[in-house]
Write a protein that binds this ligand. Structure first.
Ligand code: ATP
Ligand code: MG
Length: 436
């Protein structure tokens, strides 16, 4: 009985390896005649160096008449005309499992330090379909982020997806580090996409620290790597988050940055001959973004609460990637350069930020207190110029008087040192006490 089964699978097994040959290389793109493969399949190109063969991973990204268009996942150096192209007939898979926690890996799922992966991991494809929209449970529970301003005024729900919009140097990495260390999620998956190599090390050692790394998996694709690797970094981190979600975990996915993912996708699009549209971004960028962002969120087994940083150049919030991402996600946190310059860290501009699920996940007391604080801040902002030059006379308006009276304690409440911890309950209590 068992023997038959084995014989059958041997008969079914394809023992032929299928090869094609490289015919042309243009920029980032390799053209080959054969092998038989479909879009998204992984192939290995056999490169020869000093009499030895090295296999270079590449992915099928298109066709040109009868020929395959491939993009490499590493440097192109030793490829020549006639180099063999081996088909695997499968898309890229990584290895996932609890053994990855505390490790730093590349988009192919290999250890960054070159050592062997821990044992007991399972194969897992990096590209998956998003959960069925009708089967998605609604978001009903808050999750502790561990940053006072966010937990109290921009409460995040378990399975919510949020954009963090920031220019350079306004405290993005520091904030992501604080979230990874202080949040109540079971595990963090951190994707560093398109950062400079130096920044990666600084982030892991300083911002995340040992305490953060212990409960995180870091996926790194630096800016010098091929565009396809940077795109894969986002897919791999999302796939690892999905792996944990389907096993019942509450996962935090922190992706820095989605803008660099879009830029890498643009590079690929332009190389495959797509037309550039807004700001040179190709149509495939706008197709890839919702497909990636819809994969996170809540499922019946667990949740992925996701934070995507968006780079805003010259603090311009209307560039096409910001716009698209803001439309897909359930909220945004805006880091403001003005606040950072005044030394107010984290530099969250509360009035410009919003959590679209907050009202679903907090109680009435908390909601009212948050609304009151926003109102006080807004009144102060509207009149800040008058107040600061001393043109406002106390007693003219009760509303403004109140805003002035509360302002110093509100600012003190919103500030939080890098190593200052605050639980969800502590943050809410401080908010309620502040306003009595
Ligand atoms: N919570 C905080 N408390 C005090 N200082 C802070 C805080 N957050 C950030 N800073 C200050 O802001 C500086 C810049 O922060 P950070 O490196 O996190 O910014 P970034 O947005 O990641 O910058 P880049 O764009 O260069 O990656 C830090 O060196 C630190 O001095
Ligand atoms: Mg940074």
């Amino acid at each position: 009985m068992n023997k038959d089964l084995y014989l059958k699978s041997i008969q079914k097994f394809d023992t032929y390896k299928r090869f094609g040959k490289v015919t042309r290389v243009v920029g980032l793109m390799i053209e080959s005649k054969g092998p038989e493969a479909s879009i998204g399949d992984l192939c290995y190109i056999h490169a020869h160096t000093h009499g030895r063969t090295r296999k270079i991973a590449a992915e099928v990204v298109g066709f040109q008449e009868e020929n395959l268009l491939l993009m490499p996942l590493s440097d192109l150096k030793e490829i020549g005309p006639g180099s063999l192209v081996e088909a695997t007939k499968e898309p890229l898979q990584i290895k996932a499992g609890t053994g990855l926690v505390g490790q730093v890996i590349n988009p192919l799922g290999e250890m960054m330090d070159g050592t062997c992966l821990p044992k007991g991991l399972k194969n897992y494809p990096t590209e998956q379909a998003p959960p069925n929209p009708l089967k998605r449970p609604t978001i009903s529970e808050p999750i502790q982020v561990g940053v006072k301003a966010i937990d109290s005024l921009l409460t995040v729900g378990e399975g919510q997806r949020i954009g963090i919009f920031a220019g350079s140097g306004v405290g993005k990495s520091t904030l992501l580090g604080m979230m990874s260390r202080n949040s109540s999620a079971d595990v963090n998956v951190i994707a560093l996409i398109g950062e400079r190599g130096r920044e990666v090390r600084e982030f892991i050692e300083n911002d995340l620290g040992e305490e953060g790394l212990k409960r995180s998996i870091v996926v790194v694709a630096t800016s010098d790597q091929p565009a396809l690797m940077r795109v894969k970094g986002a897919y791999t981190a999302t796939a690892i988050s999905e792996y944990f979600r389907e096993r019942g975990f509450n996962v935090n996915l922190l992706m820095d940055s989605i803008t660099r993912f879009a830029m890498a996708q643009r590079e690929i699009g332009l190389a495959t001959g797509e037309p550039p549209t807004t700001k040179g971004y190709t149509p495939s960028v706008f197709a890839a973004l919702p497909k990636l962002l819809e994969r996170t969120g809540k499922s019946h087994n667990g949740s992925i609460t996701a934070y995507y940083t968006v780079l805003v150049d010259g603090d311009d919030l209307n560039e096409p990637i910001s716009d698209t991402v803001r439309g897909i996600l359930d909220g945004h946190i805006i880091l403001d350069r003005k606040l950072a310059e005044q030394g107010q860290f984290p530099a969250i501009n509360v009035l410009k930020s919003i959590s679209r699920v907050m009202n679903q996940v907090v109680d009435d007391n908390h909601k009212q207190a948050a609304e009151r604080l926003r109102k006080l801040l807004a009144v102060y902002e509207e009149n800040s110029e008058l107040i600061q030059i001393g043109a406002y006379k106390r007693g003219s308006s009760r509303e403004i008087d109140e805003a002035i009276q509360y302002h110093p304690s509100i600012i003190k409440f919103l500030k939080q040192g890098v190593n200052e911890k605050s639980s969800f309950e502590q943050s809410i209590n401080s908010l309620l006490q502040l306003l009595v």
